[in-house]
Design a binder for this molecule. Structure first.
Ligand SMILES: [Zn+2]
Ligand SMILES: [Zn+2]
Length: 164
């Protein structure tokens, strides 16, 4: 199962692939020039900013870092309707874990009640949260954090000068 290269949404069906990057839909694929631009950020510039982000205090709980990108996955169902999504937040591991465990419980309680997707997607989302929550912490900034900082830097260089 792939995640959208731009927004992180899980792609179950369809989606679009550009240059090996997969997108959930047209809106996200349209962001591709930005992603292309992001690839041009020089490694030493990227590394410097990634380190600054990584060492920052957690924006949620204000405890000292490191902070990183943590994804959590939810699903809820109502009879024939099943909806699922993946969200990511930049926070400390403690806060990241808390969202992952909360999302596992949320999905386990609310995901099942739809046919057929509730039964299919719920174990997947619960599993993804639990795997992420109990994975060993890594000391180095993750690839998703590097990608996020890259995009941020590319966006700054693309942004038109503000009119005074
Ligand atoms: Zn997307
Ligand atoms: Zn925190």
């Amino acid at each position: 199962m792939a995640d959208c290269h731009h927004c992180g949404t899980t792609i179950l069906f369809g989606g679009r692939a550009i240059d090996g990057a997969r997108y959930c839909g047209t809106a996200c694929a349209a962001r591709h020039p930005l992603l292309a631009r992001a690839e041009l950020v020089p490694e030493h510039v990227l590394q410097k900013h990634v380190d600054i982000w990584h060492r920052s205090a957690c924006p949620r709980c204000n405890r000292p870092g490191p902070i990183d990108v943590y994804r959590h996955h939810r699903v809820h169902s109502f009879v024939l309707l099943t909806r699922w999504h993946t969200r990511q937040s930049v926070c400390c591991r403690r806060c990241g874990r808390r969202s992952q465990i909360a999302s596992a419980l949320y999905s386990a309680a609310l995901g099942w009640w739809g046919l057929p997707w509730g039964l299919v997607v719920t174990p997947v989302q619960v599993g993804r949260n639990l795997v992420a929550a109990f994975r060993a912490a890594s000391a180095a900034p993750s690839e998703p954090l590097r990608r996020l900082v890259r995009l941020q830097l590319a966006q700054q260089t693309l942004a038109p000068p503000r009119p005074e």
